[in-house]
Design a protein around this ligand. Structure first.
Ligand code: NAD
Ligand code: INS
Length: 355
C-alpha cells in the first residue's frame, strides 16, 4: 500500500480553523508521496506550493493538485506569506538552510530524516529553535522519524514501558533494503539507514547512545563496488544496554525491518509476518516470501499517514507532536560517531552537548 491506494484517514482536524497551506520542498520519491498524502488522505492541510531543483518534476507533481503553485526557489517558497508550514523532502545536504529559513520565518517544518548531515549543523538547528522557543514558547521542528508513528513500534514501546517484558537488556535489529540508488556510500548508509535504528533505540529505551562500534562482515556480491554491505553496528546506551543493528542495503530481495527487544522477563519482536517466512531468490530471480513488503513506502504507509496527520494537527495548534530538533541532533551525533567508528574500526564514544 502506498500513499495513493490506501483508504483515506478519518478526518482529525478541529472544525472551524483554516487549512494549513503547506509548501513541499523536494518532490522526488518521498516528497511526491507526502504531496499525495497531504492532498488525498490528511485533513486540515492543503499543498499550496511545491519546489524542486528539477522544475519538470515540480510541474508534474503540482499538476496533480488543484491550486498548487510551483515556486522554483525553495527559499522563496519558505518566505511566501501565503505558506503556513513546510515539508522538507530535499536531499539531506539542503536540509540545514531550508529548516533554518523556516525557523527564521517562525513557521512549522516537518523535515525528512536526517535533520542535517552532521551533528554540528543539527545542533545549529536545535539552537535556532531554542532561541525561537525562548521568545515565543513554541516549537517548530519535527523530524521525519516515521517509525515512531508505526503502530507496531508504538505497541512495542508501550509493552516495554508497562514492564511487560521486564527491564530491557538487548535489542536486535535488522534493516534490509532490496537495493539502494547509485551513489550510496558506506558512510551514507550509516547516516541514512542506521539513523532510523538510532532513533528507534532512543524511542524504545528512553536513553541516549553513548558509544558506537561498526563491524564490516564479508560483503555481498550484489553490493555496488566500494560499498561495505552488510554492516553490523553496535550501539551502547548510557544505561548499559546494547543494540545490535544488521544493516544490509543490497539484498536483492524485499524490505525487512525487524526489531526484537530482549528483557529480564521476556522478549518481543515486531516486523515479522506470522508464520514461516523465507526470503530467497527463486528460479529466474523471482522473490519468494511475498508477505514481506517490497519497500519502505509499503511497510510504513500507515506510519507516514499518522506522522503527517499528527504534524498537521499540531502545527495548526502551534505545537509539535513528534520527534523534534533535539531528536534529530541526537541521532546525528550518534551517526557521526558511527561514521568515525566505521573508518577507524574501533569503538567510538558519542560526543553530545548537554540538553
Ligand atoms: N522516512 C523515510 O522512510 C524516507 C524514505 C526515503 C527518503 N527519505 C528522506 O527523504 C529525503 C528525500 O529523499 P528521496 O528518496 O525522496 O530523494 P529523491 O532523490 O527521490 O528526491 C529528492 C528531490 O529533491 C530535489 N532537489 C534537489 N535539490 C533540491 C533543493 N535544493 N531544494 C528542493 N529540492 C531539491 C531533487 O530534484 C529530487 O526531485 C531525504 O532526506 C531522504 O533521506 C526518507
Ligand atoms: O532513505 C531510506 C529510508 O529512510 C528508508 O526508510 C530506509 O529503509 C532506507 O535504508 C533509506 O535509504
Amino acid at each position: 500500500m502506498t500513499a495513493t491506494d490506501a483508504p483515506p484517514l478519518v478526518p482529525a482536524a478541529e472544525p472551524g480553523t483554516a487549512d494549513l497551506r503547506v509548501a513541499v520542498l523536494g518532490v522526488g520519491l518521498m516528497g511526491a508521496d507526502h504531496v499525495a498524502r497531504l492532498h488525498r488522505r490528511v485533513s486540515g492541510a492543503r499543498v499550496a506550493a511545491v519546489s524542486d531543483a528539477a522544475t519538470d518534476r515540480a510541474d508534474q507533481v503540482a499538476a496533480e493538485v488543484p491550486g498548487c503553485r510551483v515556486v522554483p526557489d525553495p527559499l522563496a517558497a519558505v518566505a511566501d506569506p501565503e505558506i503556513d508550514a513546510v515539508v522538507v523532502a530535499s536531499p539531506g545536504r539542503f536540509h540545514e538552510e531550508q529548516v533554518l529559513a523556516c525557523i527564521d520565518r517562525g513557521i512549522p517544518v516537518l523535515c525528512e530524516k536526517p535533520l542535517t548531515l552532521e551533528a554540528a549543523s543539527s545542533l545549529a538547528v536545535v539552537r535556532a529553535e531554542d532561541a525561537y522557543a525562548a521568545r515565543t514558547g513554541g516549537r517548530l521542528v519535527q523530524v521525519g522519524f516515521m517509525r515512531r508513528f508505526d503502530p507496531e513500534y508504538a505497541q512495542l514501546r508501550e509493552l516495554i514501558a508497562s514492564g511487560g517484558i521486564g527491564e530491557p537488556l538487548v535489542v536486535h535489529c535488522a534493516h534490509r533494503n532490496p537495493a539502494v540508488p547509485p551513489g550510496v556510500t558506506t558512510e551514507s548508509v550509516v547516516n541514512d539507514s542506521v539513523v532510523h535504528e538510532v532513533d528507534v533505540a532512543r524511542f524504545l529505551l528512553g536513553e541516549e547512545i553513548a558509544a558506537v562500534t561498526v563491524l564490516r562482515p564479508r560483503s555481498t556480491r550484489h553490493a555496488a563496488e566500494e560499498l561495505s554491505d552488510p554492516l553490523l553496528v553496535l550501539l551502547e546506551t548510557t544505561g548499559g544496554r546494547v543494540v545490535d543493528v544488521e544493516v544490509f542495503v543490497s539484498t536483492g530481495l524485499a524490505y525487512e525491518v525487524r526489531t526484537e527487544v530482549v528483557g529480564e522477563d521476556g522478549s518481543a519482536m515486531i516486523g515479522i509476518p506470522q508464520g514461516l517466512v523465507r526470503q530467497s531468490a527463486g528460479p529466474g530471480g523471482a522473490v519468494r516470501g511475498t508477505t514481506v513488503p517490497a519497500g519502505f513506502r509499503e511497510r510504513f504507509a500507515t506510519a507516514y499517514d499518522l506522522e503527517l496527520q499528527r504534524w498537521v494537527d499540531a502545527a495548526r495548534r502551534g505545537t509539535v507532536d513528534g520527534p523534534g530538533a533535539w531528536d534529530g541532533y541526537a541521532a546525528q551525533a550518534v551517526c557521526a560517531a558511527g561514521v568515525e567508528a566505521l573508518l577507524c574500526g574501533r569503538r567510538t564514544e558519542v560526543r553530545m552537548e548537554q540538553r
